[in-house]
Design a binder for this molecule. Structure first.
Ligand code: PLP
Length: 360
């Protein structure tokens, strides 16, 4: 059995087709989606909202922006909603038209694709393994007029210490540099969001996603938090109706699910510790600290590669993310999601089988 390495995690349709098996037969650890699934009440909500799809969606997403504003203690004018946060990455690259962009790497590959599509030259600042792949000092503000930085970092899951993040933002802002601060995973540690400082820094755009924390990647819903004037400029470059009626309603529903929010954060904290303990007992693995629902892991035995491990894990119907194609990592790195206990147990058993008895 073999399957090509997908460029992103979560490419389960392709893998299932390649392997000739049903989607439901795969256990996906390659995309970092809430193991609780979407919040309760969604099936009923779909029934309720269905009659509305005879109209075009509200292109201003006003109801959702009002709810988001209340949730984040901001104003609706500080929010721009998009068809997943990926749409907003492409929109920012296109609308800001920077002279030169800088990506703090390793990073989500769509930053680079979006900048290429907008014909913006790109440089990379590659963080070091010794720093757990996080920034140790602010990038040189002369290096670019748009910087992409993820906090929590991806794929390591590390948070920058708040004072280092603030110093980085302040240094870039003082030099007139725009910053796209990707907080796609910050919902797992909401207190680490930079949103409270937003008003001080008009060139900062905070990118947020509904898809990971609320388990709705197939629905496509994300948003930017930022300066109202800057968001108007971006909004003028956005395709109309990119956020459908169902997605808008689902976003509003998700925000009101306080019990689900609390259960998710508790589950992820507990299961991340469980996985880290289990992984520490396996041979040839180095893990990195994470604040979120995924773990970056390095194979330390000579000759072992993530590609071979990925193939071996597929025999167990488990998908892991080969992280070799992240700039700054190599063929020894892979990433796994934090899932529910029974699934995590299955992952650890399969990893043990591959690492101890298998041929990597
Ligand atoms: C760090 C990071 N940012 C943004 C995204 C885009 O997520 P979405 O478009 O589903 O909101 C991803 C998706 O994997 C990601 O890993």
């Amino acid at each position: 059995m073999s399957a090509q390495t997908p460029p992103h995690g979560g490419d389960v349709y392709h893998l299932a087709r390649t392997l000739g098996i049903a989607l439901s037969d795969l256990l996906d650890f390659s995309a970092n989606i809430n193991p609780l699934g979407f919040p309760p009440g969604i099936p009923r909500l779909i029934q309720e909202v269905l009659p509305e799809i005879v109209h075009y969606p509200d292109r201003r997403c006003l109801g959702l922006r009002q709810d988001l504003a209340a949730y984040h203690c901001l104003e609706p004018e500080q929010i721009l909603v998009g068809n997943g946060s990926t749409e907003l990455i492409y929109l920012a690259a296109r609308a800001l038209q920077p002279r030169q962009a800088l990506i703090v790497a390793p990073a989500f590959s769509e930053y680079e694709h979006a900048l290429n599509a907008a014909q913006v030259p790109v440089e990379f600042l590659v963080t070091r393994e010794a720093q757990n792949f996080t920034l140790d000092q602010p990038p040189d503000p002369r290096a670019a007029d748009l910087v992409f930085l993820a906090n929590p970092a991806s794929p390591s899951g590390m948070l920058l210490p708040p004072e280092r993040l603030l110093a980085t933002v302040a240094a870039l802002d003082a030099a007139g540099v725009y910053l796209l601060l990707d907080e796609a995973f910050v919902d797992f540690v909401e207190e680490a969001s930079f949103k409270g400082h937003l008003a001080q820094f008009p060139r900062v755009l905070i990118l947020r996603s509904f898809t990971k924390f609320f388990g709705i990647p197939g629905m496509r819903l994300g948003y930017l938090l930022g300066d109202p004037e800057l968001l108007v400029r971006l909004g003028e470059n956005q395709e109309p109706w990119s956020v459908n009626t169902m997605a808008q309603a689902m976003g509003r529903h998700c925000l009101a699910e306080a019990d689900y929010l609390a259960r998710t954060r508790a589950l992820i904290g507990q299961e991340r510790d469980y996985l880290l303990t289990g992984l520490a007992a396996l041979p040839g693995l180095k893990t990195f600290p994470s604040a979120v629902n995924y773990l970056l892991i390095k194979l330390t035995q000579p000759g072992w590669t993530a590609a071979k491990l990925q193939q071996a894990m597929l025999a167990h119907r488990i998908v892991i993310r080969d992280a070799a194609n992240f700039r700054g990592l190599d063929e020894r790195f892979f990433r796994i999601a934090v899932r529910a206990r029974a699934e995590n147990e299955r992952l650890l058993r399969a990893l043990q089988d591959c690492l101890i008895t298998g041929e990597l």
